[in-house]
Write a protein that binds this ligand. Structure first.
Ligand SMILES: [Zn+2]
Length: 395
C-alpha cells in the first residue's frame, strides 16, 4: 500500500509525522539529514541561541564543490495545529484522503522540501553533477526568526560558502502550481502608539483630558493620506491599525491612557528610517492639530514604540534566474507564472543579501489552517518543476 505513493509523498509523510511545532525540531531535520547523507551530501546541524528566545536547530547540506551553486531554502517548523478535534485527520499522521495528504506543514512547507529532495534524488541518479546543490533548512521561520536563516547564512558565509541562486519553497501559488513566482516581498514594520490623558469624571471633562479623543485625532492623521500609489513592482504601502485598547469598563469615567497597535506593509519607496520618520511626522501633526474638543490647546501627550524587528523589502532583479524558473514552470505546467511581490514576508528577505532569490512551492490555500493539505498530484507536478529547474540551472 505505501509503495503506491510517490517518493515526494513518502518523504512528506515522514516529515509530517514529526511534531516540529516551532521552535521544536521534532525529528524533521533528522529525517532530512539521513536522506541527504544517503545521497552523498555533507550535512551539518547547527544550533543557534539568543537571549529570550528558544535555541533552534538548523541544517545545512551541500553536494558538489563547484559553481554554479543552487541553494534550496526552507523551514521544517510549523505553526500550532489549533483545536485538534476540528481536523479531519491526525495533523501529525500524514493521512491520505481523496487524493490529498493532510497534516500541519503539508504545504507550508514540508511539502516543498519533500518535492525538492525527491527532485534532487532523481537528478543525481540520472546526471553527473555539474556544480553544487545545497539545502538551507531552518526550524525558526514560523517563530521569531532570530535563530534561523539569518544566522545560518552568516554561518555559511564565514565558512566561505558562495551561493549563486536560491529557491525558497514557500507555498506561493494561489490556485494551482504554476500560477505565481514571488520575486519580492513587501517590508513590514509594527508599532504601538500610547496617548496619555488625565483620568476624570465624564460629567466634568474640563477637569480631565480624554485620551480616547486624542487617539481618534492621532489615528485620523495617521490614516487620512495614502503613503504612496504603489510602484512598478509593488502594490501601495498599507497601514492597518490592528488594535485600539483602553482598559476601561466604566461608562462615566474618562480613562488615563489609550493605546493602539499598527502594522505597515511597505514597498520599495520606503525603508526602515524613512517610513518611521513619515509616521512620526503624521503623529506630530496629529498631536499639534488644534484640539477643539473641550477647548484643549496644548499638544496631545503621546509616545510611539516600534515593535520587533523591521522586515526589509526584497526585490530580485536577476532576470536570468527569474526567466529560468519561469520557463521551467512553463515547460512542466504549460502556464506562464505571474511575477508577484504581494503577501507577507519570508526568509527570502535575509537571502537576498547573498544571492538572487525567488520563491516557488505548493498551493498556499490551506497554509496555517485546520486541515492543511496538498493534492498528491501537486507534489508530482512540483517535483517535476524542481527537477526541470535543476536540469536547466546546472546544464
Ligand atoms: Zn512557510
Amino acid at each position: 500500500m505505501p509503495s503506491s505513493i510517490s517518493r515526494s509523498a513518502e518523504i512528506l509523510r515522514d516529515l509530517l509525522r514529526c511534531r516540529s511545532v516551532t521552535p521544536h525540531e521534532g525529528g524533521a531535520l533528522g529525517i532530512l539529514q539521513k536522506e541527504l547523507r544517503h545521497l552523498g551530501f555533507v550535512v551539518q546541524r547547527v544550533t543557534f541561541s539568543a537571549d529570550n528566545t528558544a535555541d533552534v536547530e538548523n541544517l545545512y547540506a551541500r553536494i558538489g564543490a563547484n559553481s554554479p551553486h543552487i541553494c534550496f531554502a526552507g523551514h521544517t517548523d510549523v505553526v500550532p495545529v489549533g483545536p485538534v478535534e476540528k481536523w479531519e485527520a491526525d495533523p501529525f499522521a500524514g493521512e491520505i484522503k481523496d487524493g490529498e495528504m493532510i497534516g500541519r506543514g503539508a504545504v507550508d512547507m514540508k511539502g516543498g522540501i519533500a518535492c525538492f529532495l525527491s527532485a534532487v534524488e532523481t537528478y543525481l541518479k540520472t546526471n553527473s553533477l555539474n556544480g553544487s546543490i545545497s539545502f538551507l533548512i531552518t526550524g525558526d521561520e514560523e517563530g521569531p526568526s532570530i535563530n534561523g536563516t539569518d544566522k545560518l547564512l552568516k554561518w555559511a558565509d564565514q565558512r566561505g560558502e558562495i551561493f549563486n541562486a536560491c529557491i525558497v519553497g514557500e507555498p506561493v501559488n494561489p490556485e494551482a502550481i504554476g500560477d505565481m513566482i514571488k520575486i519580492g516581498r513587501r517590508g513590514s514594520l509594527s508599532g504601538r502608539l500610547t496617548v496619555n490623558g488625565i483620568q476624570g469624571h465624564s460629567a466634568y471633562p474640563h477637569l480631565a483630558d480624554n485620551p480616547a479623543h486624542g487617539m481618534v485625532d492621532m489615528l485620523d492623521h495617521l490614516l487620512n493620506t495614502p503613503f504612496d500609489e504603489g510602484t512598478h513592482d509593488f502594490q501601495p504601502t498599507n497601514l492597518e491599525v490592528t488594535s485600539i485598547d483602553i482598559d476601561n469598563k466604566a461608562v462615566n469615567v474618562i480613562a488615563a491612557k489609550a493605546e493602539a497597535s499598527f502594522n505597515v506593509r511597505f514597498n520599495d519607496i520606503w525603508d526602515d528610517e524613512t517610513l518611521k520618520k513619515e509616521i512620526v511626522k503624521r503623529f506630530e501633526k496629529g498631536a499639534n492639530a488644534k484640539r477643539i474638543r473641550h477647548g484643549k490647546s496644548e499638544p496631545i501627550n503621546y509616545a510611539v514604540e516600534w515593535i520587533g524587528r523591521v522586515s526589509p523589502v526584497f526585490l530580485t532583479h536577476d532576470e536570468t534566474l527569474i526567466s529560468l524558473v519561469s520557463n521551467s514552470i512553463e515547460k512542466v505546467t504549460g502556464k506562464k507564472p505571474e511575477l508577484s511581490t504581494g503577501g507577507g514576508t519570508s526568509d527570502a528577505r535575509f537571502i537576498k543579501d547573498y544571492c538572487p532569490v525567488v520563491e516557488f512551492g505548493l498551493v498556499g490555500q490551506t497554509m496555517h489552517q485546520i486541515n492543511e493539505r496538498t493534492a498528491l498530484a501537486d507534489l508530482n507536478i512540483l517535483t517535476d518543476v524542481y527537477g526541470q529547474i535543476l536540469q536547466d540551472y546546472l546544464a
